[in-house]
Design a protein around this ligand. Structure first.
Ligand SMILES: Cc1cc2nc3c(=O)[nH]c(=O)nc-3n(C[C@H](O)[C@H](O)[C@H](O)COP(=O)(O)O)c2cc1C
Length: 377
């Protein structure tokens, strides 16, 4: 999915050189002067406080477990989840009011996002002396039940990496991974019913890139897709902090703007050619592509694919490896099938795809307060 507003602002900056009218707006928007217009709460301190371990981790209560769960990756940062404490553990229920009907019509990403949250929650439970086990309840409108029991505390590197993980949507430095890193990523991503493919052969990467570009062209040309994405973009720190959700443009390296201006310029400059040029550059700057494939195409397996990806992301973080999603070809069924055929996965569903490599960190995303996502037992 095209989660990054991409180069529409860069396009705008190029336009500045051509058009005085737009240029004037851009100069204001990209210069230092814009920040007084868009400054809200201190974004950096809100983010730093959010992306931290909870000091009570030694005996973490329910709210702390939920804190860790909400730091999981999730599609459009829509955070489509509710958490409920039960006698046996925790139920993670889908919040369909936060689904993405255009980009994620079958709710695949929604369930994968629940899997990401479940994995973080289970790691946190284990780190604080509880065993945990996940079951998926299709009858309960697709609820994920994490059962926790007593066990010795088992804090591992994946848990430690939770506050450092991010999706890094920038150009990478082209460096390859070492064999040991590849092995550790494979091992971390191991989850029943799900396989991880690492693609580093450049000719094969180019073949996959072609499908990424074809899917990007279709999505960027679809007004419904663009409108949905725009509704989740947060064009400045104030909007991002007030909502605590969505895609803050600075996380993708774009300058911040007043919401009204960002929204207009996004519509004008979010175009297939610019998006494709950026995706091609970013894929070619990456060490490889990680593809998550599950045995069966149903919500229970989408949850497992989310868990597998989240574990990969945390292990990558622990190793200093960055990653960013490239799911566009998986969101258009015929292109997803083409990708499956290219990768030789038979009838299995290709669930998620990310690029990985090395790069500096980007600004962090935000989350809604834990109290907003807990529902009464
Ligand atoms: C199931 C799923 C699908 C996603 N698809 C995309 C995508 O296609 N493009 C993208 O840039 N990010 C994608 N993301 C990443 C989210 O946008 C990201 O997790 C969210 O904005 C929060 O940012 P963070 O992970 O850096 O905290 C996806 C994440 C998940 C879990």
């Amino acid at each position: 999915m095209l989660h990054q507003p991409g180069d529409f602002l860069t396009g705008m900056i190029i336009m500045k050189r051509r058009t005085f009218l737009v240029g004037a707006g851009v100069a204001a928007a990209t210069g230092a002067g814009i920040h007084w217009l868009t400054r809200g709460p201190d974004y950096d301190s809100v983010a730093a406080n959010l992306w931290s371990h909870r000091s009570s981790a030694s005996g973490a209560g329910f709210a702390d477990l939920v804190h860790y769960a909400t730091l999981a990756a999730n599609s459009h940062n829509a955070q489509p989840w509710h958490f409920q404490q039960t006698h046996a553990g925790v139920v993670i229920a889908p919040d369909f009011s936060r689904s993405l009907p255009v980009a994620d019509a079958d709710n695949h990403h929604l369930y994968a996002s629940l899997g990401c949250a479940a994995e973080n929650l289970m790691l946190a439970a284990r780190a604080t002396g509880r065993s945990s086990e996940l079951t998926f309840d299709p009858a309960g409108a697709g609820r994920v039940q994490v059962t926790t029991g007593r066990a010795g505390a088992a804090r591992d590197a994946l848990f430690d990496a939770i506050p450092d993980r991010q999706c890094t949507r920038s150009d990478y430095d082209g460096r390859a991974l070492g064999a040991m890193d590849r092995m550790l990523l494979q091992r971390a991503a191991r989850v029943d019913g799900c396989e991880l493919l690492l693609i580093e052969d450049r000719a094969r990467v180019e073949q996959v890139l072609e499908l990424i570009l074809a899917a990007t062209t279709i999505q960027v040309s679809d007004p419904a897709f663009v409108a949905e994405l725009r509704s989740w973009l947060r064009f400045n720190a104030r909007a991002a902090a007030e909502r605590g959700d969505g895609l803050y443009v600075a996380c993708s390296g774009n300058p911040t703007l007043p919401t009204w201006l960002g929204s207009i310029l996004f519509g004008a400059f979010f175009k297939p050619a610019a998006e494709n040029e950026r995706y091609a550059r970013q894929v070619r700057s990456s060490a490889g592509l990680a593809v998550f494939v599950s045995e069966r195409d149903d919500p229970a397996h989408w949850v497992e694919a989310g868990r597998s990806y989240q574990r990969f992301a945390l292990q990558a973080t622990a190793l200093g490896i960055r990653h960013a999603h490239l799911n566009q070809p998986l969101e258009i069924a015929p292109i997803r099938r083409q990708l499956g055929a290219l990768l030789g996965v038979g009838d299995r569903r290709v669930d998620l795809m990310v690029r990985y490599g090395h790069a500096a960190p980007m600004p962090r995303s935000l989350r809604r307060p834990v109290s907003d996502v807990i529902i009464a037992a």
